[in-house]
Design a protein around this ligand. Structure first.
Ligand code: GLN
Length: 284
């Protein structure tokens, strides 16, 4: 339902309407409405609170209503605005990449903790998507050499653009199906947020809008993780680390797969929701 036709819309009336529309379509209706209104008006979020009575005219109000309708259908806010904040960096996103999730910041934290201090480390980010992980690491460690891959050329285009804006010249990109294009290269640290959702396990409407190849990985969600773990030892320097993000209830399986592949000191780390989300191993 649209706001009443003959009324003059204001920031406040539109926000209230938007929030109500999203009550059942989003876990954060108020925030989503605020972000989408500020986007439609081309101003930042703080500015919409400065003058709630300010009138909003065409075409801005119609644009906002269209955004609310799309959000209500399940489209992620980040796809609607074309950007998402990750590690305090504003990344461009599109329907070609997974929207960077807050829990992936844990993977970045753990990777930074395992980067050797005393040498120029070679880092590999497999399946980089928007480039979030590689770029976050590049901003924190000016000394390391980073390679980022993706099987999707469309994703690589986004990652390359983000890298050019945020950390120009810092990351080498390669079009690759996991390790396939990385012959004769050895890394000190390999990091990946691969697809790990079990095929058919979709209860969340938002992920219907994201690329399936970035999300689903076979009946148990572990197909890609198995491939990455099996092929990592051949691409890691002795003592190098592999760090993987994974899903709920996969930590034990991931530790087991790493141990079978010759990794020591395997351990898992919990995200802010208390879910074991990242597992690491060190090549003995
Ligand atoms: N955490 C994502 C989700 O459950 C999945 C990300 C992934 O498969 N790498 O929506």
């Amino acid at each position: 339902m649209k706001p009443q036709n003959h009324r003059q819309e204001t920031v406040e009336t539109l926000l209230t309407w938007g929030r109500e529309q999203l009550e059942h379509g989003s876990e954060s209706p108020r925030l989503d409405a605020e972000i989408l209104l500020s986007y439609a008006l081309g101003i930042n979020r703080a500015a919409i609170f400065a003058d709630p009575g300010k009138s909003v005219t065409e075409p801005y109000s119609t644009h906002f209503m269209g955004l609310i309708a799309a959000r209500s259908d399940g489209q992620p806010v980040a796809q609607l605005t074309g950007q998402r904040e990750f590690w305090s960096l504003v990344l461009k996103v599109s329907a070609d990449v997974l929207v960077p999730r807050p829990e992936t910041e844990l993977l970045v934290e753990r990777a930074l903790a395992r980067l050797p201090e005393n040498k120029q480390a070679h880092v590999l980010d497999l399946g980089t998507g928007s480039g979030a992980i590689a770029i976050a690491i590049a901003t924190e460690r000016g000394d390391c050499i980073i390679t980022a891959t993706d099987i999707s050329r469309a994703a690589l285009a986004i990652a390359t653009e983000n890298s050019g804006t945020l950390v120009p010249g810092r990351t080498r990109f390669a079009h690759s199906d996991w390790f396939d294009a990385l012959v004769d290269t050895t890394f000190d640290l390999i990091v990946s947020n691969p697809p790990y959702v079990a095929t058919g396990d979709t209860t969340d409407r938002e992920i219907d809008f994201e690329p399936a190849e970035a999300l689903y990985s076979g009946a148990d969600g572990l197909n890609d993780i198995r491939r990455i773990i099996a092929d990592s030892p051949a691409h890691l320097a002795p003592g190098g680390y592999l760090l993987l993000e994974h899903g709920l209830n996969q930590a034990e399986a991931v530790r087991g797969l790493m141990q079978d592949a010759g990794f020591d000191g395997t351990q898992s780390f919990k995200d802010l929701a208390g879910i074991e989300r990242v597992t690491e191993g060190r090549l003995g």
